[in-house]
Design a protein around this ligand. Sequence first.
Ligand code: NAI
Length: 300
Amino acid sequence: RSWTDPSAVIHEKLLRKIGVIGAGAMGAGIGQLAANHGYEVVLVEVDEQAADRGRERVTTLVRKWARHKGMSHANESELLDRIRVVTEADAIADADLVIEAIVEKIDVKQNLFRTLDRIMSPETILATNTSSLSVDAMANATGRGRLVAGLHFFNPVHKMELVEVVRAKQTDDATIARLLGFVRAIGKTPVVTADTPGFLVNRVLFPYLGEAVLMVAEGHSIRDLDNQTRSFGMPMGPLELLDQVGLDVAWHVARSLDNIVSGLRPVLDQLQMMVDDGRMGKKSGSGFYRYRNGKRTAEA
Ligand code: NAI
């Protein structure tokens, strides 16, 4: 049975309120997208400062979207009213779906899943946006494995069409069907993947990105590499894509693939050197390129 067959989807709006944990690059994007499509969204952050930064991120995304769609001020305010950023997880206790988008550390994520399992209603679906960690390991921290799955968005969330719906060992069919319905309801294309390192997209993408990293280390021009792959038909070159994703995030994905995809060890070393140097890509102002106010200025 193919899960990409629309007839396999129970078309429901049963998911009404969405909780998102972490209002960083991904969480803010996911929250904004869900609110755009009519869901009530509550984002949870670690403290007030992080919540303020999250609010700013969400507001910027909403304003850009509103301008792009030619929305009236009233509709824009209505959209903003559907999104809250808080520091208390109690505010999501009645959410129908929780999407976790916090730091990529398994012990921190497992603790969070343990807490969510305790505070959420027994029927709430718990999803993780992890790129490189085992969804099973998070499901095992809960007593509701059938309701735990991966929901892997790509960066930037508002632009990227695909969402991987990751089926862990215990995830049941109803959970997969509801997540497929949700992904379609927010205007994205879902693909169901197994809970294996890199899922589907990163497993095929990383050998390509890794080769570009190694070519830079051999002395090839960053700009030429990006321009040439663009002219080959890619919407973005591999190095600008890595800067967009974040070199720390890319390092985690590459490490998770280390036993499966050969030749990634020297790529990990290169990425590690850059991260140690504070060069994490666009978000840190420098990666393969330099950035000022989010705009690229030069090769780093
Ligand atoms: P980020 O660093 O921009 O945001 C993470 C946010 O989570 C921060 O604002 C932090 O304060 C917050 N946070 C950390 N621990 C928390 C906790 N216990 N409770 C509440 N909030 C907490 O990270 P980003 O890039 O948004 O990544 C988030 C997740 O999404 C990671 O698992 C990452 O692997 C995954 N991901 C990232 C992609 C990317 O291109 N950046 C793409 C797809 C997935």
